[in-house]
Design a protein around this ligand. Structure first.
Ligand SMILES: *Cc1c(COP(=O)(O)O)cnc(C)c1O
Length: 223
């Protein structure tokens, strides 16, 4: 990572905010730091980047320990396995990929009482891909209602990772679906839409993203 990657992504993000008539700095940049070393994250943090997303618990924990002297916010954005809920509940600030009530119950029970509730997003499978995680739009309200009863969790909104699509109109349609699903829940406490990556952050910001998750454009192609 060099300062150029971060500066270029922030410039893109600010241009997207302006194009959408949104306030500069309104959208949070989450650095998707899978495969990046603790040293790379430390350098990015020195340039001012605070929020990081990790996909694999076993990869994330040593990096989080090595960077514990920094005030970083850690988001779990990978597929959550049942045997990893305790680590996520113990160590992360946010979880973007909640899609099962049994995992929600475990996370709530395992969240240490001296920490604030785990901030969670329901992952929605907006493009109805059979292989993807996430719940169908029609199932979101029922899952949200169950999560609201769990003291260790704080439901903040929705997340999606649509199938890659080069057409900006179709990119926007997928993100518009996520936004409409959030609006339909009718709960002003749900203030977060995590959507958009290196390939489609402009479309996501145009449709109301509050967090974009960017890896490649910040750190280069993963191996
Ligand atoms: C890796 C990852 C990203 C970032 O994707 P890029 O194309 O590298 O910007 C975003 N969201 C999730 C869930 C990811 O796993």
């Amino acid at each position: 990572m060099n300062a150029t990657g971060l500066a270029a992504v922030l410039a893109r993000l600010h241009a997207a905010e302006a194009a959408a008539g949104r306030r500069r700095g309104e959208v949070t940049l989450l650095a998707a730091s899978k495969q990046q070393s603790a040293a790379t994250i430390r350098a990015t943090a020195a340039d001012g980047q605070r929020v990081y997303g990790e996909n694999y618990v076993q990869e994330a924990l040593p990096k989080m320990a090595a960077l514990a002297d920094l005030d970083l916010s850690w988001h779990f954005i990978g597929r959550l396995q049942r045997n990893k809920t305790r680590d996520v509940a113990m160590h992360f600030d946010w979880l973007h990929t909640l899609d099962r009530i049994d995992l929600a119950r475990r996370l709530s029970a395992q969240r240490p009482p001296d920490r604030p509730p785990l901030q969670v997003l329901i992952e929605v499978n907006v493009s109805d891909e059979a292989t993807k995680g996430g719940v169908a739009c029609a199932e979101v309200a029922a899952l949200a209602a169950e999560i609201r009863g769990l003291p260790g969790l704080c439901l903040r909104g929705l997340m999606c990772l649509p199938a890659p699509d080069p057409d900006p109109r179709r990119q926007r349609a997928a993100f518009a679906t996520l936004r409409a699903t959030l609006v339909a829940l009718g709960d002003p406490a749900l203030d977060t839409l995590s959507m958009g990556t290196s390939a489609d952050l402009e479309a996501a910001v145009a449709e109301g993203a509050t967090i974009v998750r960017v890896g490649t454009a910040l750190f280069g192609e993963r191996t």
